[in-house]
Write a protein that binds this ligand. Structure first.
Ligand SMILES: [Zn+2]
Length: 293
């Protein structure tokens, strides 16, 4: 299946659906961050949610950040989302690994821990970004977000993500979907959605069985006359860091800190958290930046 994001309307617009296949996206993140199996699963979760939410961003400057500060040893988890389902992410302890659960499943909750805080930061170019905060319940990122959307935005939401490894330890599928009820959704439609979601195979089962995104959308809604909204958006893992941005970051540290760097007489390496690109600044470079600080 292709790497993509598709939006649909079901039941004549009473229901909004977005389905995503994020295999390539998550494979790239695993490679960049050298993720363990457990952190791959966490990254797949957040990047898949990112690819879903990113399909709704309208302007180039819009940017949505999901930041999770869990109680467990995995540390901070971040996903940044831009228009067109462009996402990037990082995990503070990317190589942490724990044994699988008794059922043989990846035990991401063991490293996330059972509580924490989830921040949803929406920056649409206004003076201050909008920051939503919700509790991370039971180490479950997906359900905590669903709770947040239900409460803060009053949108009944079904969100599902999934990922599988093959025997060799490579990621073989990753994807997800969101179903959101519009205010005019009737009781009859809500019942149909509930039934369809309950009887549908899991997202990874559907991908494994070769369902395309249209078939997945039909299956999870029970609506065979589903309408495609925007065609296909390619979701991708992209980082927009640059030397220029790193310079601005260094300048923002202020005169005192820059002077300390110069006094230490060592060049400074700044590494981008999201893509691991390295930017080196010599003492001469830092001296130039000091003038602008
Ligand atoms: Zn970068």
């Amino acid at each position: 299946m292709e790497n993509n994001t598709m939006k649909f309307l079901a039941y004549e617009g009473m229901v909004k659906v977005t389905c995503v296949d994020t295999l390539k996206l998550v494979q790239k993140a695993k490679e960049i961050h050298k993720l363990s199996k457990t952190t791959s699963k966490i990254m797949s979760n957040v990047l898949t949610i990112g690819a879903i939410l990113g399909a709704d961003l309208k302007n180039e400057i819009d940017n949505l950040t999901i930041q999770i500060k869990p109680s467990g040893p995995v540390g901070t988890i971040v996903c940044v989302i831009k228009k067109g389902a462009k996402v990037k992410g990082y995990i503070q302890v990317p190589d942490i690994e724990v044994p699988p659960t008794l059922e043989g499943k990846i035990d991401e909750k063991a490293v996330i821990g059972d509580h924490g805080t989830l921040y949803i930061i929406k920056d649409i170019g206004l003076k201050e970004p909008y920051v939503g905060i919700t509790e991370l319940i039971n180490g479950d990122i997906v359900n905590s977000l669903v709770g947040y959307y239900a409460k803060s935005e009053q949108i009944p939401t079904v969100l599902s993500t999934g990922m599988l490894f093959n025997e060799k330890g490579d990621i073989k599928c990753s994807g997800g979907y969101i179903i959101q009820l519009m205010p005019d959704a009737t009781k009859e439609v809500i019942d149909k959605i509930e039934k369809a979601v309950q009887s549908a195979p899991t997202i990874t089962q559907m991908i494994e069985q070769g369902y395309d995104l249209v078939k997945i959308a039909k299956t999870i809604t029970g609506d065979n006359d589903i309408m495609m909204m925007l065609g296909t958006i390619e979701n991708e893992y992209t980082c927009d860091c640059s030397r220029d941005r790193m310079e601005k970051g260094l300048i923002s540290l202020g005169k005192k800190e820059l002077q300390e760097m110069i006094d230490e007489n060592k060049s400074v390496n700044t590494k981008c958290h999201f893509c691991n690109n390295n930017y080196e600044f010599t003492i001469e470079d830092i001296k130039q930046l000091l003038k602008q600080a």
